[in-house]
Structures are given as structure tokens and as C-alpha cells.
Design a protein around this ligand. Sequence first.
Ligand code: S3P
Length: 171
Amino acid sequence: MPKNIRFPLILIGFMGVGKTTLGEYIASTYQLSYVDLDHYIVEQEQMSIPAIFKKHGEQHFRCLEAHYLQECILQFDVIATGGGIIEGAQSIKILQKQSSIVWLDCDLKIVYDRIRNDPNRPNANNKSLYDLKNLYSDRYSRYNEIAFIKVNSNQSLKDLHDEIFNELSCD
Ligand code: S3P
């Protein structure tokens, strides 16, 4: 267990920046409990994310996200959130009470190539680079407001890990 880090460690950032991959890496390195909030929602609701968006709308998804975020904060050491977590006012309130929030960020062109036309991501599917840039710009200041540190995710998992743990260590 890493010393002097306050848990849970919460990863935020735009779709496709690598929150899930990094969360799994950190959790397996230290044998910590880990959850991907999107997967948790799908399991609890027994419904895919596109199906939730289609049947109940994005606002309902944001309510579910806030509800399950609170549950996960009480249960897990490492949490990878969905890219739109900062769209929900309730989720922002919950996150404002947390200290170890890491914002993963990288060049939008890299992200675009990863997520374009992903049928599992309703907010990326059928979107142009221009559309995604607008969404990213709209969200930027909220990631910035919520995060304790920002790191560029376009580096090896080991380097990312080292940067994050050096910055979060509070001794
Ligand atoms: C969303 C991001 C997704 C998922 C949902 C909405 C968004 O998570 O929560 O499709 O609005 O940015 P990832 O960041 O894991 O793709």
C-alpha cells in the first residue's frame, strides 16, 4: 500500500484518455480495490450505457452516475470515472469533498482516433473532431476546478504512476 496517499484515488478526464487502463494498473500494482464507474453502473442497472441514454436520457444517466459514485467512494480504493462525470451537479458536489482527484489529459487528436465511432460511447459516436473539441472545451474548466493534479496521459503507465504518486504524496 503506498504511504501518505489519501484514498480513494479518483481518476477523471475526457473519454479515451486512459482512465480505466491506469486505474487497473495502479490497483494491480498495490493490490487495491478498483472500480470502473461505468462498468459498475452497467452491472447495477443491468443495462448498457447506450441503452440507458436511449431509454432514459443523459440527465438520468448523470443521476445514476452521482448515486453510484457515492457508493463507490465508500467501497473502493481506486475509481475510474466516466468522462462526463463533471456534467452532473450532484457528482461535482460529491467530488468537491474528495482530495485525491487526478485529471488525466492528452492531445485531443489522440483521443479522437481512439473513440471515434465507438458505439458504446453515445457522446462520441458520430461526432466529428470539431464536435469533440467543443465538448472538451466546454468541460475543461470543470475538470480543472475539481482536480487536485493534472497529468499528461501520453506516457508509459510506469511514468504516469510515478508522477502521480510523487505529486500526491503528502509527507
Ligand atoms: C461519457 C463518457 C463515458 C461514459 C458515457 C458518457 C461522456 O465514459 O460515462 O458514455 O459523456 O464523456 P469514458 O470516459 O470511460 O468513455
